[in-house]
Design a protein. Structure first.
Length: 435
């Protein structure tokens, strides 16, 4: 612990209130006497990152990785010599460093690396602080659903329901030994009586009620069921979990998704219209709304209308990342909400289905900046390239070829059945739609 606990508490309170300059000043005073304490160095790095507008995530990630390796190495040496903790690491928790690293990696959209960090935590979840384990499992669920690892996501969700049964059961019973922990914790009287603090040494930074936890678990169960395209026997469970979150924006999105899968397109659009409003949790909410409308019109085979909605979503997304056009760095919180690549892919697919090969190729080319490891994106790019080439050939044969050269520029090798079309290498394409 620092020499002056009141100074550390004041720094924590200032950071929570958003006064990062005051928190940084107080932490510098603590650092002068504890310059080798990993916990203090961690807090200083987090505060510096927040003061800079969250625009240097890789610098923060490097600091977290160094501190994590240092703490784990010191712990291993202490265990090998049968000694009680090292003075150099104090009570620093490597799990907290790993979790924060995973959060930064998730916001950088490096989902594979973030999931690897959290998988290691989940494999040894028992000694982890209970509140931290709670947050880590929900983040791991997000990553597994993004990467469509449904079996592993079901395993994590089942663990959450088992471990936090107190928050998911309506009887609200108490865990063994939790009353003593609540009586000794700071500010315990202001927290829900059944908060999972059986092993937690920290006071939760926010007041989360059991109802909110049940709602979150219901939402993840609904997401898992929708991704798995569950059979009729589980539709009743999906409907129950979604109805419990009917007034929540995410719940309305999921209900609209469910209705779209059941081909109730008008009802799905009505549900989306009810939640067409700004959201504080996701600044890119408008782009999500137009993207979902485009997906519904795609299911209705109205590809021109779907392309229009995806274009609207791209404009909303561009307004979120406007500082990047001025040469300024985009805050990581905004970059994590940037969905240009996904929207470009969706728009390109509609243009391809509408017979506009060159415009579709330009969209797919922009989407490959993030989706370059997805084979489907490359397959669609090749299809758009072939479609554009065929359009050109048909225009030449009909005598309607324009003077403007094609943006695709495919090359052909071989003749007859051995003919192959090659994608351009290093060719810079014009931005789609004049953007």
């Amino acid at each position: 612990m620092p020499d002056d606990p009141s100074e550390a508490a004041a720094a924590a309170a200032a950071y929570t209130e958003g006064d990062h300059a005051t928190a940084h000043s107080l932490l510098q005073g603590i650092l002068s006497s504890r310059d080798q304490d990993p916990k203090v160095l961690h807090n200083v790095a987090i505060t510096d990152y927040a003061m800079g507008g969250c625009k240097e995530p890789r610098k923060l990630l490097a600091v977290l990785e160094r501190l994590r390796a240092r703490v784990e190495e010191a712990r291993e040496k202490a265990d090998a010599s049968d000694s009680i903790g090292s003075d150099l690491v104090g009570d620093a928790d490597p799990s907290l460093l790993a979790y924060n690293s995973a959060v930064v990696l998730y916001q950088l959209k490096q989902y594979g690396k973030a999931r690897a960090v959290l998988d290691d935590m989940f494999a040894q979840i028992e000694p982890v602080d209970e509140f931290l384990a709670f947050r880590s499992c929900f983040l791991l669920l997000d990553l597994q659903l993004l990467q469509r690892q449904l079996e592993k996501a079901a395993e994590v969700l089942a663990y959450l329901e088992r471990s936090y049964a107190m928050l998911t059961k309506s009887d609200g019973g108490r865990e063994n030994g939790s009353a003593e922990s609540r009586d000794s914790a700071d500010g315990a009287s202001s927290l829900p009586s059944d908060w999972p603090n059986k092993r937690s040494a920290r006071r939760p930074p926010t007041d989360i009620s059991p109802e909110e936890v049940r709602s979150a678990l219901n939402l993840y169960k609904a997401k898992l069921a929708l991704l798995a395209r569950s059979s009729k026997s589980s539709k009743r469970e999906i409907k129950t979990t979604l109805n419990a979150c009917a007034q929540d924006t995410t719940g309305l999105f999921l209900k609209a998704n469910n209705e779209s899968l059941r081909q109730n397109y008008r009802k799905a659009m009505k549900l989306l219209s009810n939640c067409n409003q700004r959201s504080e949790r996701d600044p890119n909410f408008a782009a999500l709304y137009y993207n979902n409308m485009g997906c519904i019109h795609h299911s209705m085979r109205r590809h021109t209308a779907a392309a229009f909605y995806f274009g609207r979503a791209l404009r909303e997304n561009a307004s979120l990342c406007a500082p990047a056009a001025n040469g300024e760095a985009v805050p990581l919180t905004h970059f994590s909400c940037d969905r240009r690549s996904e929207l470009e892919y969706n728009r390109g697919l509609q243009l391809l289905l509408a017979g506009k090969g060159e415009a579709a190729f330009a969209c797919f080319h922009a989407a490959l900046k993030l989706l370059h490891r997805q084979p489907r994106a490359w397959l669609r790019t090749g299809e758009a390239c072939i479609a554009a080439h065929l359009e050109r050939e048909q225009a030449v044969r009909a005598g309607r070829a324009g003077s403007r050269p094609s943006a695709v520029g495919c090359e052909m090798l071989g003749v007859g059945g051995r003919r192959r079309l090659l994608l351009p290498v290093g060719e810079r394409l014009p931005p789609p739609g004049g953007r």
